[in-house]
Ligand binder design. Structure first.
Ligand code: 13P
Length: 284
């Protein structure tokens, strides 16, 4: 199948009350683990790339790997640019073939966030590329965006309505108390905000900060309208632990392909658990 945007997959997910996993990849091996897990389970899937990963490999190289995997897959695969503040990079990814992009202007004042997000919708929409936009400030580190606890704030439901009505994103990321990275203590999720925002905006919601959330939290957020569920830190850990774990256990063996296989297996194992939990298995 060729690459698709997020529109159909997210509207089906909202209607069916399941979540589509959006997994941040780092290279070909991790992208392959995502697609392979989705294929084994017959699930639609979103491959996410951070802005840093795009810059590291180059947009055309990265997209080439992803397109090759998607073309051969039997399930719908979208490729989405995660948290991007840079309009030039968004334009570059659109031109290179990304099917979806996120503008993260959440650190800007409301009107400026709105205007930048609107510009991206105007750039992407005529090319049938979906757009995610954010409101509020999600605590933690994602890519080169660092939000300290004291600077984080939840999305205001009234502002969220105005933002979505004026920007018309395809997917909306309100800050609801989840965090990027490893949780220090139990997160306090503002379910009431999620509920109000999802019901009033009627736009599929993206759940950020997926790594480390309890199963029950995922289920509740998905039931309230989180159609896209983001997982990044878990994959970074599996990427490194899978690699080093194999080498530690076989420290006299220098067989890189066996190490890459162990890394692949470790990433895929976690992704399979996520997809089953989010309820998207069999929904391709
Ligand atoms: P985690 O790194 O906590 O899984 O969050 C992922 C995310 O929200 C990417 O935007």
């Amino acid at each position: 199948m060729s690459l698709v945007n997020m529109k159909a997959m997210l509207s089906k997910a909202v209607a069916g009350k399941y979540g589509v996993g959006a997994f941040n990849i780092l290279d070909y091996n991790s992208a392959k683990a995502v697609v392979s897990a989705a294929e084994d389970l017959g699930a639609p899937v979103i491959i996410q790339t951070s802005a840093k990963t795009v810059t590291f490999w180059g947009s055309r190289t990265l997209l080439g790997w992803i397109r090759e995997l998607a073309d051969r897959a039997q399930v719908p695969v979208a490729v989405h640019l995660d948290h991007c503040k840079d309009l030039d990079l968004i334009r570059e990814c659109i031109d290179a073939g990304w099917t979806s992009v996120m503008i993260d202007a959440s650190a800007k004042p409301f009107e400026e966030n709105l205007s930048l997000s609107r510009q991206v919708v105007e750039m992407a929409c005529p090319k049938d590329i979906t757009v995610e936009a954010e409101l509020g400030a999600i605590v933690g580190v994602e890519d080169d965006i660092h939000v300290k606890e004291q600077d984080s704030h939840l999305a205001d439901p009234k502002q969220a309505m105005e933002f979505c009505a004026r920007v018309r994103p395809d997917c909306f990321a309100p800050a609801i108390g989840t965090a990027h990275g490893i949780y220090q203590g139990e997160p306090k999720i503002a379910y009431h905000i999620l509920d109000e925002v999802a019901r009033n905006t009627r736009i599929p919601i993206a759940l950020h900060g997926g790594t480390g959330l309890a199963d029950e939290v995922f289920r509740r957020c998905i039931a309230l309208g989180c159609a896209k569920v983001n997982i990044s830190t878990q994959i970074k850990h599996a990427f490194i632990d899978g690699f080093t774990g194999y080498h530690t256990a076989h420290n006299t063996q220098y067989d890189p392909l066996k190490v890459l296989r162990a890394q692949f297996d470790e990433m895929k194992k976690g992704i399979i658990e996520n997809i089953k939990l989010f309820g998207s298995a069999g929904k391709a």
